[in-house]
Design a protein around this ligand. Structure first.
Ligand SMILES: Nc1ncnc2c1ncn2[C@@H]1O[C@H](COP(=O)(O)OP(=O)(O)OP(=O)(O)O)[C@@H](O)[C@H]1O
Length: 572
């Protein structure tokens, strides 16, 4: 996410209660279904009058108008569940009079910079808000060719010091920070008789200047914390499951970072606690750590979300405290094209899930409201990126990139694939590469909350390539379940069933020439209450077998039901 957390349009003065805005409402007779709800933000409780029939989107729009938080940066949580479907209404989610809804506002870790130079060059790029102007100058030099390290950078006419942090400069929460770069001119004065002669000495032209050797990478150096009370170790359940070298390197770099006094930096984005782990030099993030106890609605969630009432995660069919397990599973199951992950551990997987492993880590920099304790969670390799798919229209995403994400999401029945969870970067040839992250809500026990952002992208309607079809053919859910068991996750029957069903649907659908859109669409509900086709197929198969029947017999029944429905789709 690169945009700021607030809209650029003027925000209305905050009323004590957000008024009801409805086409049919009139001052003295409120419609029957009017309810009063309360929004909590850390430290604030905001009363708001809404209609039970108001859509989530319209409620968010009003929050945007009165509080300034843009809709896509808002997450509403009620009863331990995220109100994720924008076209569903308050009633669908069971919100009634007097209920308290939690509003989590996503604040970006990245800032868009729009840079103009006095010699007419222009560039636009993202930087982490923790970087300083010295670093920005180096980025401009890289992007535009030449050396801008000795130049002056101005914001609203004021010269910025090299040490100034991007975060501190954004005083108006600007979505885009406009900077002007000019060559610095030194003024020298030399006495000439009783007067001074002024001469302005412009620096040499860019081409004449030798490139400055890297000295400071410009990342914020939080005060060094040289501690003894820290640790970072991989969690290995099965000693036979050897960690790939890339994972070992990531773990040791993050551990070296802590040893060198570079503390974890908490991300401002997301609903759970996510920490950027630094390397030993302190100028590079090497991993993202997500502790189990800081997941949304878990005990130590840093965003103040209340505890889950029933242990279920924000998405149906997931459990609080299992997000890290699912993150690691997504990496293990993202087999490379050439074979299973355990046979060729070093290779990047088909969908490009960054290497992820389970670690235990002790550091006072995490959220410890009840005393400092060792935390267990997932550590994922930090991937340099130019923002997420929320920052850009999908038109320029290569078809193969979209297809690889679709294959992963269908297999894992991902319940949280929104644009913010796909990072994006350009490779050395300028081609856009998509990087799937945040798989804490994959492999749910039910299909109720499956959502795939890419369903709405035109690439999803293009046929899979023969290479992708070969990959799909090679998938085997039983092998995947055994592989996860080998790595220590003995999946509950319901989760294993999800993996079996979604793999079966992907394989059967692809075999019949269906597109990612057609297959994905069968897994997603059109509305909160209308069951998806895959849910209907499961129900039909359950009705066709005896209650105590074996899993294998159930899957056989489902296979027949699925063939019937897919053939119908193909012949329409
Ligand atoms: N592997 C990665 N490489 C680079 N940045 C990452 C990586 N994983 C996560 N991030 C960034 O870390 C921040 C928080 O991560 P993330 O969105 O996954 O957290 P979350 O709490 O699980 O979010 P959500 O509320 O979307 O479920 C985001 O800015 C995200 O872009």
């Amino acid at each position: 996410m690169s945009s700021a957390d607030v809209t650029l349009s003027p925000v209305r003065n905050e009323p004590s209660m957000m008024p009801l805005v409805h086409a049919n409402s009139c001052a003295d007779s409120l419609p029957d279904e009017t309810i009063l709800i309360y929004l909590t933000l850390p430290g604030t409780l905001i009363p708001m009058r809404v209609l039970e029939s108001d859509s989530i989107e319209s409620v968010k729009l009003r929050i945007q108008s009165y509080r300034g938080f843009v809709v896509r940066n808002q997450k509403l949580v009620f009863g331990g569940r995220e109100l994720a479907r924008s076209n569903s209404n308050m009633r669908d989610y069971g919100v009634s009079d007097g209920n308290v809804l939690h509003l989590v506002v996503k604040v970006s870790d990245l800032q868009v910079l729009d840079v103009k130079t006095t010699c007419g060059k222009h560039c636009r790029f993202h930087v982490e808000r923790g970087r300083n102007i010295g670093y920005v100058k180096k980025q401009i030099s890289k992007q535009k060719g030449g050396d801008f390290v000795d130049s002056e950078v101005l914001y609203e006419g004021e010269k910025l010091e090299d040490q100034s942090l991007v975060n501190d400069i954004c005083r108006n929460s600007d979505a885009v920070l406009h900077l002007l770069v000019r060559r610095s001119a030194k003024v020298r004065a030399k006495p000439v008789e009783k007067n001074f002669e002024l001469s302005i000495v412009a620096p040499p032209r860019v081409d004449d200047v030798k490139r400055v050797i890297e000295a400071d990478d410009g990342i914020v150096q939080p005060r060094k914390q040289l501690l003894n009370d820290f640790s970072l170790e991989p969690v290995i359940v099965n000693p036979k499951a050897e960690l790939p070298e890339v994972v070992k390197d990531m773990v040791s770099s993050a551990s070296d970072g802590l040893r060198s006094g570079n503390p974890p930096v908490r991300s401002r984005e997301g609903t759970g606690g996510a920490y950027f782990m630094q390397g030993s030099s302190g100028n590079k993030y090497v991993g993202v750590f997500k502790p189990l106890d800081e997941e949304p609605t878990a005990e130590n969630n840093p965003h103040g979300l209340p505890l889950s009432p029933n242990g279920e995660g924000l998405k149906k069919g997931t459990k609080v405290g299992e997000g890290a397990l699912r993150e690691v599973a997504a990496y293990i199951l993202d087999h490379p094209k050439s074979g299973r992950r355990y046979m060729c551990g070093e290779e990047m997987g088909f969908a490009g899930v960054p290497p992820t492993t389970m670690i235990e880590c002790l550091h006072p920099g995490f959220n410890h409201p009840n005393g400092i304790k060792t935390k267990i969670g997932s550590l994922q390799m930090f991937t340099e990126n130019d923002g997420s798919c929320e920052d850009m229209g999908p038109a320029s995403f290569p078809v193969e990139e979209v297809h690889k994400i679709s294959v992963l999401d269908i297999r894992l029945a991902n319940a949280d694939r929104h644009g913010g969870n796909i990072l994006m970067r350009k490779d050395e040839n300028g081609k856009i590469v998509l990087i799937p992250i945040d798989h804490g809500y994959s492999l749910p026990e039910s299909f109720e909350d499956c959502t795939f952002e890419w369903l709405y992208w035109s690439q999803a309607r293009k046929p899979y390539s023969s290479e992708t079809l070969d990959y799909i053919r090679s998938l085997d859910a039983e092998e995947d379940i055994s592989l996860l068991k080998f790595h220590g996750w003995k999946m509950p029957l319901e989760t294993a069933r999800t993996l079996r069903i979604s793999t079966m649907l992907l394989k059967k659908g692809a075999e019949r020439g269906l597109t990612a859109f057609e297959i994905g669409n069968m897994m997603c509900r059109e509305t909160l209450t209308k069951k998806s086709l895959v849910e209907e197929m499961v129900e039909e198969a359950e009705e066709a077998v005896l209650p105590e029947t074996s899993e294998a017999t159930f899957m056989e029944a489902l296979s027949d039901v699925m063939d019937y429905h897919l053939d119908e789709v193909v012949h329409v």
